[in-house]
Design a protein around this ligand. Structure first.
Ligand code: GLA
Length: 383
């Protein structure tokens, strides 16, 4: 976690007074990828790195926001006209937060903000973490509360309406609703959720391929379209495809005449079944089963859903062969980013060191990684 005093001091230097601090984690998904926008359940877990915001209300009619991560990165958003910012800049998130809050009846009269993040690489939901941090911090500065599923949905609105990514709700739910030491089972259709303790005898290792996610937005949108097509051919809608059930899918699959749409749908239906099994395996501490589910999920994302890449395949394979590892898979949207692996406690760090040379020899980058710890979801730091 970022040192909060550093953020507090930066705020003081920038704005000459104190700001209220809030913190939001990033997340790693244990299993259930590319099912959230198809109405499936997912099993993410927050990580110890995240986004801190320091915020103070003003009455100037502008939100002045400084990023502590970038040199001289500042944006100003006019509260009355949040959509006026150029696209592509991180200021879209600030504008989105102001606009979405206003749509929810929380009018920001002005604010000063410092944002600082320590989420490494891509694929650990730094954008959901940033969106939630801005919404939560700004609402708090206006003495209003936005929390739970409403907060997650508001953060998703920022992505949809201001950033232009038609993502599902998994990431936002994970960083809002999670509890310490737990993974979050979240049903993306009806928003039911519950916390599932992550046993202390195992550890969740997150390893970064070092490859930035290429093509992710265009390929993500293509998967939305393909799953939509498959759902239509099955006589349902995309938002319910994951509910189809394995048996019904096998029975009706012949009705999908497009082989790509068929494979995309097969991934979604099977991955949804794996999430249910993984929840039971986690509760029963059946690590070999959970590991096999991780492995099967990777194969399905690689072969049926076509969102893996050489670096993800290699990193997962190398980790899988290390002592104490039960299974490994790509996590998140894919096309680069991270692998998640299940290890006996105390074995993950050594595995990351052991595989480094072999990974670098073939991919040219040193994989970085860490053992994930869940500190819980969004929270205010002071008061
Ligand atoms: C990204 C999206 C999520 C989800 C994952 C894949 O992280 O933001 O909504 O679709 O990809 O599971």
């Amino acid at each position: 976690m970022i040192d909060q005093t550093v953020v507090a001091e930066r705020f003081e230097r920038e704005f000459g007074c104190a700001g209220q601090l809030s913190w939001v984690p990033g997340r790693v998904n244990l299993i259930g990828d590319h099912v959230d926008y198809c109405g499936g359940a997912v099993l993410p877990m927050p990580v110890q790195c995240g986004t801190t915001v320091a915020v103070r209300a003003t009455t100037r009619g502008v939100v002045r926001c400084v990023s502590a991560n970038m040199t001289n990165a500042r944006v100003e958003v006019r509260c009355a006209e949040p959509a006026a910012l150029p696209s592509g800049s991180w200021g879209r998130f600030v504008a989105g937060a102001v606009g979405v809050l206003s749509g929810a009846g929380i009018h920001i009269a002005g604010a000063d903000v410092v944002v600082a993040g320590d989420i490494p690489g891509s694929g650990l939901s730094s954008s959901a973490s940033l969106s939630v941090a801005l919404l939560f911090g700004l609402a708090r500065s206006a003495e209003r509360e936005l929390e739970g599923v409403a907060l997650a949905l508001a953060a998703q609105r920022i992505e949809h309406d201001y950033v232009g990514v038609q993502c599902g709700l998994m990431d936002q739910a994970a960083v809002v609703l999670s509890r310490a030491d737990c993974a979050l089972w979240f049903d993306c259709l009806d928003y039911r959720h519950r916390s599932i303790p992550v046993d202390a005898t195992i550890e969740i290792v997150v390893a970064d391929t070092g490859r930035a996610r290429r093509l992710v937005d265009s390929q993500y949108n293509a998967r939305l379209e393909e799953t939509g097509r498959a759902a239509a051919q099955l006589g349902t809608e995309r938002a319910r495809l994951a509910r189809f059930g394995l048996a019904a899918f096998e029975e009706r699959a012949a009705g999908i005449d497009d082989p790509i749409a068929y494979r995309r749908a097969r991934h979604v239906v099977r991955e949804a079944a794996r999430v249910a099994q993984a929840v039971d395996a986690l509760a029963a501490r059946d690590w070999p089963l959970l590991g096999r589910l991780f492995d099967a999920s990777h194969v399905s994302l690689r072969d049926d859903f076509a969102v893996s890449c050489d670096e993800l395949d290699l990193l997962a394979a190398l980790l899988r062969d290390e002592p104490g590892c039960y299974g490994a898979r790509m996590t998140g949207a894919g096309f680069g980013g991270n692998v998640v692996a299940l290890f006996d406690r105390g074995r993950g760090a050594a595995a990351l060191v052991a595989i480094a040379d072999r990974y670098r020899a073939r991919c040219g980058a040193v994989p970085t990684g860490f053992v994930a710890r869940s500190l819980g979801g969004v929270r205010s730091i002071d008061g």
